[in-house]
Design a protein around this ligand. Structure first.
Ligand SMILES: NC(=O)c1ccc[n+]([C@@H]2O[C@H](COP(=O)([O-])OP(=O)(O)OC[C@H]3O[C@@H](n4cnc5c(N)ncnc54)[C@H](OP(=O)(O)O)[C@@H]3O)[C@@H](O)[C@H]2O)c1
Length: 296
């Protein structure tokens, strides 16, 4: 049996990775989160990984507070968890001869190119968070030969079990719609979305097809939209007609970190995923059946 280790198993993506491999009896899956390993502690990483000796290590742990990373304290933590830790895990993976899979973001690009960014495009982060993730990409490449570096953007999926975890955009919008009749949404930052279960499935696909190591862009397909455009599609699909959405400029909601204007990840290596509205429809159906279960 192939031993898979998922780190960050309690986040948004981690549980989907654990699930997709657990459903397949050919894999022996271990899921770890902060209580099991501190990826910012190099010694702890080496000890834990050399003890378990997995065949594949999937690192879905990260520091994702994009605005907090602009502050000195937040940036130090982002550099440690997003920047240096992937190097520690990569070194441990090399030590036990494991394949390592690590996730990065569209925010490593400056977002000035309206045509988007493919796997060969040159990163040029415009925020401290982007800088920390780019450092992680370089540390990964420096310390591992057998790696998959997967960039994704704007992920959504089943809310993570942690009440303090950052909520996905669609969850925030659905919550706002319960309390507000008018919702102002930034009509800026053109991009696509990534459905966590679809990304987990493609991650398994990479391993099983033994595709060449290197960089991959995995997001759902579909017409890129702004946050406002995405909210419009969400409420149409959810059949919530009473919500009054107002498009506003980014200046109306000042945020500490700069966001890229055109944040489109182009995939030139893999079969395309379904469109993000199709995935969103499935997500809403799941949410709906969960709510029905709870209210029974
Ligand atoms: N979510 C998005 O929209 C998005 C977009 C682009 C790229 N990505 C990338 O995709 C990957 C998965 O993201 P995600 O949204 O699933 O992340 P997430 O929900 O924030 O989950 C990350 C997990 O890592 C844990 N963690 C944090 N510090 C750790 C440490 N020192 N040691 C061990 N575990 C630690 C977190 O625990 P705590 O919650 O207790 O800190 C959390 O359970 C990340 O690489 C992220 O940068 C995500």
């Amino acid at each position: 049996m192939k031993k898979i280790l998922v780190i960050g198993a309690k986040g948004l993506l981690g549980p989907e990775l654990v699930k997709v491999f657990k459903e397949d009896e050919r894999y022996d899956v271990t899921g770890w989160d902060v209580e099991d390993i501190d990826i910012g502690d190099e010694k702890n990483v080496m000890e834990k990984i050399t003890y378990v000796r997995p065949h594949v290590i999937i690192n879905a742990a990260a520091y994702n507070a994009v605005d907090k990373a602009e502050e000195p304290e937040g940036f130090e933590l982002a550099k440690k968890i997003n920047g240096l830790a992937p190097g520690y895990i990569a070194r441990a993976a090399t030590q036990v001869n494991a394949i390592i899979i690590h996730f990065s973001t569209d925010y490593v690009f400056d977002g000035n190119n309206p045509n988007g960014y493919d796997e060969r495009s040159m990163p040029n982060p415009i925020s401290k968070y982007g800088e920390s993730k780019y450092l992680g990409e370089m540390e990964l490449k420096k310390n591992a030969q057998r790696y998959y570096l997967i960039r994704l953007q704007k992920m959504f999926g089943k809310p993570s079990g942690n009440p303090l975890a950052k909520k996905s955009f669609f969850e925030i919008m659905l919550n706002l719609a319960r309390t507000q009749e008018v919702i102002k949404v930034v009509d800026d930052e053109l991009s696509n979305f990534t459905y966590a279960p679809d990304l987990a499935g493609r991650t398994k696909f990479l391993i099983e097809n033994e595709l060449p190591f290197g960089i991959y862009h995995i997001t759902n397909e579909g017409t890129p939209v702004t946050w406002y455009g995405a909210a419009k599609i969400l409420f149409e699909l959810a059949d919530m007609k009473g919500v009054n959405l107002i498009p506003v400029s980014a200046e109306e909601f000042p945020r500490a970190a700069k966001r890229p204007k055109f944040s489109i990840l182009i995939n030139t290596k893999l079969p395309p995923l379904r469109s993000w509205p199709q995935a969103l429809k499935e997500f809403l159906e799941h949410q709906h059946s969960l709510l029905n279960e709870v209210s029974k």
